[in-house]
Write a protein that binds this ligand. Structure first.
Ligand code: FES
Ligand SMILES: [Fe+2]
Length: 355
C-alpha cells in the first residue's frame, strides 16, 4: 500500500508550495519539484510564474537567468520565454522566433504567504482546492505570520504526513522540549470532511513546564488543571497544520485571557522534491503578541529545533526503507488511525489520477 510502493509515489493533481512568497523578491529561483526542475519568478505585475526550468536551447538552467518584463531571459544565449504562455518571444541573434514552441508552464498562484504550483493537469487546478486562509490562520491583521525556513528532508513526504498525524511521538522524539505525556493519555478523535481530515485531542493537564513557560511566560503560570485542544488538520498531501493547543478553560477562572493564552499555528508544507526527498517549508502564525519580534525569534528557534528532530528521524526511516527490505506486516496501533485513513485517501486519489 502507499507509501511504500515504488511505482506509486507522486500525487500530481494537487497544489504544492513551491516557495515562500518573499523568496521571489530578489529574482528567479530554481527548485526541483516532483523530480522536475522548475524556475519560479515574478512577472511585471508581480504575478508568479512557474516554468520547466531547463532552457530548451542548450539546456542551461533558466533559474540562472533574469526576468525581463513578463519573461525569463536565459543567462547563456539570451533566449526569452513568456511566463504566461511559455512561448519563445526573443532570440537575440535573429529576428524570427519559433511561433509554435511552448516551454512547459505550471499553474502558479500566490495564496497567503506562499507560492503554490500545480504539477498535474492544468485544467484541474481549481483555486478552491487551496486551504482557506481565514480557517488556517494566516490572515492579517488577526494573525502574525513568520517563516521559519525551508528544511531539506532526506525522506519521502508521506513519512512527514504520518509523523504529524500521530502526535504520540511528541512524548519521545521531542521529550527534551515538550512534556508530551498528555498525548499518550488522551485518545485522538478523528473528524472527516470531504476536503480535510482533523485528528484532535481534548487534554486535561497541568501547566506544561518548559513549553508553556516559553509559550505564555512563566509569570502567567497557574495552579490546577486546564483543558486544551490540540489539532492536526490534513488538507492535502502538500499542506497540514497543527497548533500549540487552544486553551478552553483554566480551573478556577471564569474566562481565558486570549491576549496571554493565545494560539500558535504550525504550518507544515510538504512538497516532494524526488520520490525520496521532501522540501519541508516551515511557517508559524499566532493570534497574540503580534508586535513582539523577540517572541517570534524565540518561538522560531523552538519550532526549528523541534522540526529538525522530525527531519532527522524521517531521514533515518528513509535510509532503512532504501537499504533493507522490511519483512512482515507493519505493526499498527490505535494512534495510527488517522494515518491509515489518510493513506487510504491518498491511494484513492492516486488511483483516480491513473484512470
Ligand atoms: S541555453 Fe538558453 S539561450 Fe542558449
Ligand atoms: Fe514531531
Amino acid at each position: 500500500m502507499y507509501p511504500f510502493r515504488n511505482d506509486n509515489v507522486f500525487l500530481r493533481n494537487c497544489w504544492y508550495v513551491a516557495a515562500f512568497n518573499n523568496e521571489l523578491d530578489a529574482g528567479p529561483i530554481e527548485r526541483v519539484i516532483l523530480d522536475e526542475p522548475v524556475v519560479l519568478f515574478r512577472m511585471a505585475d508581480a504575478t508568479p510564474a512557474a516554468m520547466f526550468g531547463i532552457c530548451p536551447h542548450r539546456y542551461y538552467p533558466l533559474g540562472r537567468g533574469k526576468v525581463v518584463g513578463d519573461s525569463i531571459q536565459c543567462g547563456y544565449h539570451g533566449f526569452e520565454f513568456d511566463g504566461r504562455s511559455g512561448s519563445c518571444v526573443k532570440i537575440p541573434s535573429q529576428n524570427a522566433v519559433p511561433g509554435r514552441f511552448r516551454q512547459k508552464i505550471y499553474p502558479a498562484v500566490e495564496h497567503g504567504p506562499w507560492i503554490w504550483i500545480w504539477p498535474g493537469e492544468p485544467e484541474l487546478a481549481h483555486k478552491d482546492l487551496l486551504p482557506p486562509l481565514a480557517e488556517i490562520g494566516v490572515l492579517q491583521p488577526d494573525w502574525r505570520v513568520d517563516h521559519v525556513g525551508l528544511l531539506p528532508t532526506a525522506g519521502r513526504a508521506q513519512l512527514l504526513v504520518e509523523n504529524l498525524l500521530d502526535l504520540t511521538h511528541v512524548a519521545f522524539l521531542h521529550g527534551a522540549f515538550v512534556d508530551g505525556a498528555a498525548f499518550l493519555q488522551h485518545p485522538v478523535e478523528i473528524v472527516e470532511q470531504p476536503l480535510q481530515l482533523m485528528a484532535h485531542r481534548q487534554m486535561r493537564s497541568a501547566w506544561v513546564a518548559g513549553f508553556y513557560d516559553l509559550l505564555f511566560g512563566p509569570q502567567h503560570r497557574f495552579q490546577g488543571s486546564h483543558l486544551a485542544e490540540t489539532q492536526t488538520v490534513f488538507y492535502s498531501p502538500g499542506y497540514i497544520r497543527t497548533n500549540s493547543g487552544v486553551i478552553h478553560e483554566i480551573e478556577g477562572r471564569d474566562s481565558v485571557d486570549r491576549s496571554v493564552f493565545g494560539e500558535v499555528r504550525f504550518h507544515h508544507i510538504l512538497t516532494p522534491e524526488t520520490a525520496q526527498r521532501t522540501h519541508y517549508f516551515s511557517t508559524m502564525s499566532r493570534n497574540y503578541r503580534l508586535d513582539d519580534n523577540g517572541y517570534s525569534i524565540a518561538m522560531g528557534k523552538l519550532d526549528y529545533d523541534v522540526r529538525m528532530q522530525d527531519v532527522v528521524a524521517v531521514g533515518e526511516i528513509e535510509g532503512n526503507l532504501q537499504r533493507f527490505s522490511m519483512h512482515g506486516p507493519e505493526l499498527l496501533a490505535r494512534s495510527d488511525a488517522a494515518s491509515m485513513r489518510v493513506r487510504k485517501r491518498m491511494q484513492e486519489m492516486l488511483d483516480a489520477e491513473r484512470l
